[in-house]
Write a protein that binds this ligand. Structure first.
Ligand code: ACO
Length: 329
């Protein structure tokens, strides 16, 4: 029996950083940011808003929607590149805050594709038998902590936030919802085009590293752009043909919210009408592993999904990693 998303939740910090604020920080304009990226503003976490705190708020909402108690969870998976600490995992910190004593907990790192990777891992673990039944999966990022606020090429793109889903085996055979197919992929040959060079064991933190801001995101934007469009389109087509539905049956395409031009190119090339492509990038910017989860939660809470609707999510990020997941609500 299929595994379903039975609850969604999200959280973004209250502090808004608009394009006009960025005009005062770097040599940029609201017009450039809007037309080249589609972003109008993004949310920035303060010092007390750690990823585990943002994840906690999103998780509580998802659990409430699912009607589930945290103590009944079998697993907690957090997808993030900006965890609270190097060790322990943010999932373990979240476990304590939630009171999910029974769960085993771990983080995964697949950058912007992290939530889709984590959903597939949870799905496979629940599907394998009776051992695990209930999973909480969270994508959370505090990208503001690894953003170079002096680099106009990158600092206009990113924001902070969390998106969570609760997964459970379908309860009745009359229920048609569930995760239908997923395609995950990586290509480490492109590892250097989108990276944070320092802070790991290869280049530990030093004063020099901090002075050169090597602990912040470095990106070859145009190269990422081209690969993102091509690979997301291929992954979307793969899951659509695996499930055997027509593109016209898809109610929502939820693309990773990185750039409106990437989103529109993917929608057009997959053949999904613009009004069925969900966009909230204007409000939040690129929140990496959180982005698909925040978008899905908005769709659900705005009542934009009916039982039986098909939803196609796709993402792309550092690694390079990418993927697509097709589900039925
Ligand atoms: N304001 C004004 N001018 C700018 C800015 C800015 N904020 N940023 C760059 N420019 C300038 C550049 O310096 C360049 O000037 P030049 O022609 O004089 O050299 C010009 O604008 C064009 O720069 P490009 O990099 O060619 O601009 P492009 O149209 O490619 O847009 C962008 C850049 C928005 C980064 C785009 O390439 C993109 O979205 N790439 C994909 C990013 C992405 O999806 N990342 C995903 C994952 S992120 C993660 O994993 C955490």
């Amino acid at each position: 029996m299929a595994i379903k998303i039975v609850g969604t939740g999200s959280h973004v910090p209250s502090r808004i950083l608009g394009n006009h604020d960025l005009e005062k920080m770097v040599d940029t304009t609201d017009e450039w940011i809007r037309t080249r990226t589609g972003i109008l503003e993004r949310r920035i976490a303060d010092a007390s808003e750690t990823p585990s705190e943002m994840a906690l708020h999103a998780s509580r909402r998802a659990l409430e929607m699912a009607g589930m108690d945290a103590k009944d969870l079998d697993m907690v998976i957090v997808a993030t590149v900006t965890g609270d600490r190097i060790i322990p995992s943010t999932a373990c910190i979240l476990q304590k805050k939630l009171g999910a004593q029974k769960a085993f907990c771990f983080d995964i790192q697949a950058a912007c594709t992290g939530l889709l990777y984590a959903i597939d891992i949870a799905n496979a673990m629940i599907a394998q038998g009776a051992k695990y039944k209930k999973a909480l999966v969270v994508g959370v990022e505090k990208l503001s902590s690894i953003t170079d606020w002096k680099d106009r090429n990158t600092c206009v793109l990113f924001g902070d936030g969390a998106g969570a889903v609760v997964l459970e085996k379908r309860k009745s055979s009359g229920d048609i919802g569930g995760i239908l197919a997923s395609k995950l992929a990586s290509n480490g040959c492109h590892a250097d085009i989108l990276q944070v060079p320092a802070g790991g064991s290869e280049m530990p933190m030093t004063h020099e590293v901090l002075d050169q801001r090597l602990h912040t995101i470095r990106m070859e934007g145009q190269e990422v752009f081209k690969l993102a469009v091509n690979e997301m389109v291929k992954a979307c087509n793969h899951v659509i043909s695996e499930v055997g539905i027509s593109v016209g049956e898809i109610r929502w395409l939820i693309p990773h919210q990185a750039n409106i031009r990437i989103i529109e190119a993917v929608g057009t090339r997959v053949g999904i009408a613009r009004e069925r492509v969900y966009v909230n990038l204007d409000k939040y910017g690129n929140t990496s592993a959180a982005s698909v989860g925040i978008a899905l939660d908005e769709i659900v809470r705005k009542g934009l999904l009916q039982r039986g609707d098909y939803v196609l999510a796709t993402a792309f990020g550092s690694g390079l990693t990418w993927g697509a997941t097709l589900l039925r609500w």
